[in-house]
Design a binder for this molecule. Structure first.
Ligand code: NAP
Ligand code: MG
Length: 464
């Protein structure tokens, strides 16, 4: 059994003041595999007090020393990659290779990137008679979702610590296990007690208390747009900084003349990654109407090939929610060209869903507008490139997207017109050093690389 015995405060496991606990279930079987405490407001107070006490010393640790600790952490996470991956297999149901290479591999790349950034001298800035100094913002509350438990944690905590901030983190109730391993690795790497603390429990109690807390200087949240709104409201009374990474409904736009045999399978795969539980999933495939039949043929084949490789969704609740969206798609008149409701063939237990592709989707349909968070792709045909851009931008979200074209120049022209924080041209690779974040209701702020580090600084101007 995977039992978490308390909250991680001042580098020790402290018994929970909140008396309740949550059962942890393996999404592949729904079997109970452990438990975690459900913290109370007082647990948050204790963790925040530890982070406040640790801040002054940590904020003044020389950059070189922080760099050494970051390199130690990189080595320790690498040494523990298999153990972390096995834990994510259990808490999220992730297939083992994906857990190893992506769920742990990408965080490793991020830690390595910050170790490299810290190896450079602190940038000096002067404007006229002013010296511009960057100081850590203070105590950071990190509220995390379950879809990439280690990645989301690392994308916030590592730059926050690199900047000299101290942290209180709350993992999602569904996926607390990898966070507890990471907490111990940070301590083993030499990060001082109190710079990183974890409180387990619900968003409505622990997350709310963190967002409201007068001694928290910044809250960094990743999750649904509705919870992001609640966090912003709770944070408003103390004017703390709020960084939000929210949902998406990203479009892969295929321009006339693009290589369909490359664009279509890659777009289906991007939509189905992590069983569709990705904020940046390309859930809309926008294609020339004259290519629709060929696109459908390629998408049907890709979905059928991928379906048996997909892990389950994280919970019964998410599986029910995804089934509901598939039914909505059918009832609104979209045409199923792959998958459907129910479990895939051969799956008799666990929160598995089918790999679904809808065609003849119009932009006004629910499945073209709402984030489904499952492997459900909507194909939307267009007649002119002008219309393709309009469809891509017809969303309250603005997180990510793809453009496929015969030439990079052609793709670039369209990429510049898509109102999202990232766009990949012709299936270009993810860059762990590039700023990641949303336009519109996909959030504010940026994570990763030097831009992600900047989020955790206050600027001070000293006139001389
Ligand atoms: P969620 O409710 O937004 O959960 C994200 C995190 O916020 C969890 O740690 C959650 O705690 C916490 N939280 C919830 N309400 C809060 C509040 N009032 N104050 C402070 N913290 C709060 O997401 P979900 O319910 O797990 O998933 C629902 C949908 O969100 C998904 O279907 C998907 O559309 C979207 N989602 C998006 C992302 C993303 O990366 N953009 C990630 C996950 C989910 P608990 O432990 O109680 O859940
Ligand atoms: Mg929730």
């Amino acid at each position: 059994m995977h039992d978490i015995t308390g909250h991680y405060i001042n580098a020790t496991w402290v018994p929970s003041i909140g008396a309740e606990h949550t059962d942890l279930r393996d999404p592949r079987t729904d079997a109970i595999v452990g438990r975690a405490p459900s913290g109370a407001r007082e647990d948050v107070d204790a963790a925040v007090a530890a982070a406040v006490a640790a801040f002054p010393a940590w904020a003044t640790v020389p950059r070189k020393e922080r760099q050494e600790l970051m390199s130690n952490l990189e080595r320790l996470v690498r040494d523990n990659q298999a153990r972390l991956a096995e834990t994510i297999e259990v808490e999220l149901g992730s297939p083992s290779e994906f857990a190893h290479d992506e769920h742990v591999g990408t965080p490793l790349a991020i830690i390595a990137d910050y170790a490299t950034i810290l190896a450079d001298e602190e940038p000096e800035e002067r404007i006229g008679n002013s010296i511009i100094v960057r100081e850590p913002v203070g105590v950071v509350a990190a509220i995390l979702p379950w879809n990439y438990p280690l990645y989301q944690l690392v994308a916030k905590v590592v730059p926050a610590l690199a900047a000299g901030c101290t942290v209180v983190a709350k993992p999602a109730e569904l996926t607390p296990l990898s966070t507890s391993i990471f907490a111990e690795l940070l301590t083993e790497a030499g990060f001082p007690a109190g710079v990183f603390n974890v409180v387990y429990g619900s968003g409505s109690v622990v997350g709310q208390a963190m967002s409201e807390h007068p001694d928290v200087d910044m809250v960094s949240f990743t999750g649904s747009t509705s919870a992001g709104r609640t966090v912003s409201r709770a944070a408003a009374s103390t004017i703390k900084r709020v960084a939000l990474e929210l949902g998406g409904k990203s479009a892969s736009v295929v321009l006339p003349g693009a290589d369909l045999t490359a664009a279509v399978p890659a777009s289906v795969a991007y939509c189905f990654t992590n069983t569709g539980q990705c904020c940046n999933a390309w859930t809309r495939l926008v294609v020339p109407r004259q290519d629709l039949a060929e696109v459908e043929r390629l998408a049907t084949r890709a979905a059928a090939e991928l379906e048996p490789t997909l892990g389950p969704l994280v919970s019964a609740k998410q599986a029910t929610e995804v089934q509901r969206y598939i039914e909505i798609g059918i009832s609104e008149g979209a045409r199923l060209v792959a998958g459907g409701t129910g479990r895939p063939e051969g799956r008799t237990q666990g929160h598995y869903v089918r790999g679904v592709v809808f065609s003849d989707v119009s932009s006004t349909m629910t499945i073209a507008q709402e984030e489904i968070f499952g492997p459900v792709l909507a194909i939307l045909p267009y007649d002119t490139v002008e219309e393709a851009v309009a469809i891509a931008n017809d969303s309250v979200f603005g997180l990510h997207g793809g453009v496929w074209a015969e030439t990079e120049e052609e793709a670039m022209e369209v990429a510049l017109r898509i109102r999202t924080g990232q766009v990949d041209i012709n299936g270009a690779a993810f860059n762990p050093s590039a700023p990641f974040g949303g336009f519109k209701q996909s959030g504010n702020g940026r994570e990763l690389g030097v831009h992600g580090l900047d989020e955790f600084f206050e600027l001070k101007a000293i006139q001389v």
